[in-house]
Design a protein around this ligand. Structure first.
Ligand code: ADP
Length: 759
């Protein structure tokens, strides 16, 4: 760079200037003589300036700097530092740099550090004079400002106070000037502090109001980078305590390898390596001489901590160690404040994220529990009602609600618009008088809120939209409301119907168990002597001569013994546990076989039999299903024989088969009913039917109205059908008695098995 002539400085040379450059410079043909203040060493020049400032402003204001005074690869950084050092003197100094066309970005750095002007060499005379004029104007402006300050009453008063504080009574212009300069310096500090404060305030405000957190973080990194003159910035956070760190947001971050940075953070910051500490909470990091752009870049790391938990780091990237040192000298207190604000806001945000997550989790859980839950405010208005609660009130299934749909409808009446659509039409538990307590007088709300801590347990009834009353077990308690001191009432209601059904079932199984034991004993007690009896009868018969009329008595004995045996077999069948042997079968065929078997009995009784089915033949039948064909055949036969017994002579018994897509089937889970694809079998007869009171008893074992009946047929039918997951019921329809069977039809229903199709 140092072609001496390039750096020639045209005339005129200002008298009050300090020169900083290599030996032999400045030199100019036009120059009147060598300048008074020439320095070769930047540190010496700064010392000279310091002395001049201390010495009553006998000061050369123009500092003319030769680029080579800061030679070498780190020259830029050193110049930045030097300028910052000169600026720190708080004196009216105007540094001018003569340079060999430095890049604009580099110059901007220098201006930021306090450079007044930069002139590319060779410097034309016109440029030089222009610079001198600008410098003169600048100095004039300062003097003018100083005059204004001095004439203002406020300033005089300040100066007076300053003088008093300094214990200097004099009013010499020099003293006035010094006082004014310290005032100006104080002002500058104040305005710097204001700028820092307003930035901090902005960070805090934007973070706490952030809806798009990442955008705000990026904006903060951007402002911060610009403000402190860093090259880039990054925020490294970890999702949870103990989790791993990862970059959450960056700005102009050219550091190549995050791994390296994170390892360095671990090594130098967490271990609090003494040399790395710039100030409490601020560390300098050497990311190592990695290849490429990262080389030479340096970091400042600010660990973000909240309640002794490390949340992450704010990292500032600098182009050189010098730039970093300059910044750290100037902005350490500010960075410490930034660190606190960021940590506080991030901790707050993470906390509210967690609260939100927990809230969503709770809402989801509440939506899925089977207990109905309401939260009501002090007036009894519903604040929250979960899915089971909605279903209990409306009697219809609520499908796929998002937790928000049922969530806190705070301020109903005050902010109706805020109501989620699903909750808008929902009846009020208390205000619409949908809840009645079993053993309590007065309005339920008063009764429940009157209980100590709102804690009440007991039975009640919830009235559904369709008027049906649902017996419920209730449990209530208070919870804190939105407003301080406000108490909301939590009502948890358990539908008692399934429990009651189960209880009935349990009783039935209990009596069944007794029946099993009794039957086994009976079978044992009766069958043995019966076996003896029939053997004796057969012996006797063998001994009787042919045609002996006493043979008829022996026939009666044998028949009766068989009948009793049959009854015992059926009774045992009824009480024995039964598991159907399922296989694809065609109900049409089963029905046809049963009709055939019932044929002789029907002919004897003068009753006609008929089969109605969707198809005439097996091929066209829509009644394929997975079933125990033998047992289903017995069921149909039993129903047919009962029908023939009931029908008058000349009457008719019909078996009708049909497939239904929405068949009413028992739901073993809820104990109620469900709709699903199924096969329906009806056995209808035109007999007189049964007495109203008997309808419920028909399927009970041993209920019979026939002199020779066992009363076990229908109970066996029900057992077989139930084991198939189906249902059976009897009803009168017009002039007919109808036994209706529903059987669930799975995937195989309605289509014939493939191998059948193939044949
Ligand atoms: P059983 O036929 O041995 O009496 P079931 O259990 O088959 O036993 O029938 C129980 C009772 O149900 C019968 O005695 C009869 O009173 C009544 N019942 C059955 N089927 C019919 C029907 N089709 N019409 C009128 N009553 C019937």
């Amino acid at each position: 760079m140092s072609d001496g002539r390039l750096f020639d400085v045209p005339a005129p040379w200002p008298a009050a200037a300090l020169w900083l450059g290599p030996p032999g410079w400045p030199a100019s043909a036009d120059a009147a003589g060598p300048p008074a203040h020439v320095h070769r060493d930047p540190d010496a020049a700064l010392d000279a300036l310091r002395a001049a400032v201390a010495d009553d402003h006998r000061l050369t204001r123009l500092l003319i700097i030769h680029q080579d005074a800061f030679a070498g690869s780190d020259g830029g950084g050193r110049l930045t530092n030097w300028l910052a050092g000169a600026g720190a003197l708080r004196a009216p100094l105007l540094p001018v740099l003569l340079h060999g066309d430095l890049p604009a970005a580099q110059l901007v750095e220098f201006f930021r550090a306090g450079l007044f002007d930069a002139l590319a060499v060779p410097v034309s005379r016109a440029d030089w004079v222009n610079m001198l004029i600008r410098a003169e104007k600048q100095l004039q402006r300062r003097d003018h400002g100083r005059l204004l300050l001095e004439t203002s009453g406020h300033t005089r008063e300040t100066l007076r106070r300053l003088r008093q504080e300094l214990g200097e009574p004099g009013e010499s212009p020099a003293e006035l000037l010094r006082a004014r300069d310290s005032l100006e310096a104080a002002n500058r500090q104040l305005s710097d502090a204001m700028a820092e404060l307003s930035l901090l305030y902005r960070f805090g405000r934007e973070l706490s109001a952030a809806s798009n957190w990442d955008e705000v973080l990026r904006e903060i990194l951007r402002s911060l980078t610009g403000f402190v003159g860093a090259g880039g910035a990054a925020l490294v956070l970890r999702a949870a305590a103990g989790g791993t760190y990862s970059p959450r947001q960056t700005w102009q971050w050219n550091e190549g390898s995050w791994d390296k940075v994170l390892v360095n953070l671990q090594d130098q910051v967490d271990a609090a390596v003494a040399e790395s500490i710039l100030a409490p909470g601020i560390f300098r990091l050497e990311p190592g001489q990695t290849a490429g752009r990262a080389a030479g870049q340096r970091l400042i790391a600010l660990p973000l901590e909240h309640q002794e938990v490390r949340l992450g780091y704010l990292l500032l990237l600098f182009v050189s160690p010098e730039a970093r040192e300059a910044v750290s000298r100037r902005y350490l207190p500010f960075l410490q404040a930034v660190r606190l604000v960021l940590a506080e806001e991030i901790a707050g945000a993470q906390h509210s994220d967690r609260v939100r997550e927990v809230g969503a989790f709770n809402a989801r859980v509440l939506q899925t529990v089977s207990s109905a839950i309401w939260v009501t405010d002090e007036l009894g208005q519903t604040v929250y009602c979960n899915r089971a609660g909605q279903e209990m009130l409306t009697g219809t299934a609520v499908e796929d609600t998002s937790p928000d749909d049922a969530l806190f409808r705070v301020g109903r009446g005050r902010a109706l618009a805020a109501l989620p659509a699903a909750a808008a039409g929902l009846p009020e538990l208390f205000l619409d008088a949908r809840l009645a307590l079993s053993a309590a007088d007065g309005p339920p709300l008063t009764r429940l809120r009157g209980a100590p801590d709102g804690a009440w347990q007991g039975e009640g009834e919830i009235r559904r939209d369709d008027g049906v009353g649902i017996p419920v077990q209730l449990q209530t308690s208070f919870m804190p409301g939105r407003q301080p001191g406000e108490q909301w009432l939590v009502v948890v209601a358990e539908d008692l119907r399934p429990a009651r059904r189960l209880e009935a079932e349990r009783l039935r199984t209990g009596s069944l168990q007794a029946l099993v034991e009794m039957s086994a004993t009976l079978a044992h007690e009766i069958r043995n002597p019966l076996a003896g009896l029939s053997a004796q009868a057969e012996l006797l018969a063998a001994q009787l001569p042919d045609g002996d009329p006493r043979g008829r008595y022996l026939d009666v004995i044998t028949r009766e013994v068989e009948r009793i045996n049959g009854t015992i077999t059926r009774m045992l069948n009824y009480v024995r546990p039964y598991e159907p042997a399922l296989a694809p079968c065609d109900l049409w065929e089963i029905a046809r076989d049963a009709l055939e078997l019932a044929g002789p009995h029907a002919r004897e009784a003068g009753v006609a039999l008929a089969l109605e089915a969707p198809g005439e033949s097996t091929a066209a039948s829509a009644c394929w299903l997975e079933a125990d064909s033998g047992q289903l055949g017995q069921v149909l036969l039993n129903l047919l024989l009962n029908g023939v017994d009931a029908a008058p002579r000349g009457g008719r018994v019909t078996v009708a088969l049909a497939r239904e897509a929405r068949c009413d089937l028992p739901d073993p889970r809820s104990g109620g009913h469900r709709r699903g694809p199924g096969v329906v079998v009806e056995v209808r007869d035109d007999g007189p039917g049964f007495r109203d009171g008997d309808a419920a008893r028909l399927f009970q074992p041993f209920f019979t109205t026939k002199s020779s009946g066992t009363g076990l047929g229908l109970s066996l039918c029900r057992k077989v059908v139930s084991a198939h997951g189906g249902g059976i019921a009897a009803a009168r329809r017009g002039d007919q008695t109808v036994f209706r069977l529903t059987l669930p039809a799975g995937a195989t229903a309605g289509t014939r098995p493939l191998q059948e199709e193939a044949t």
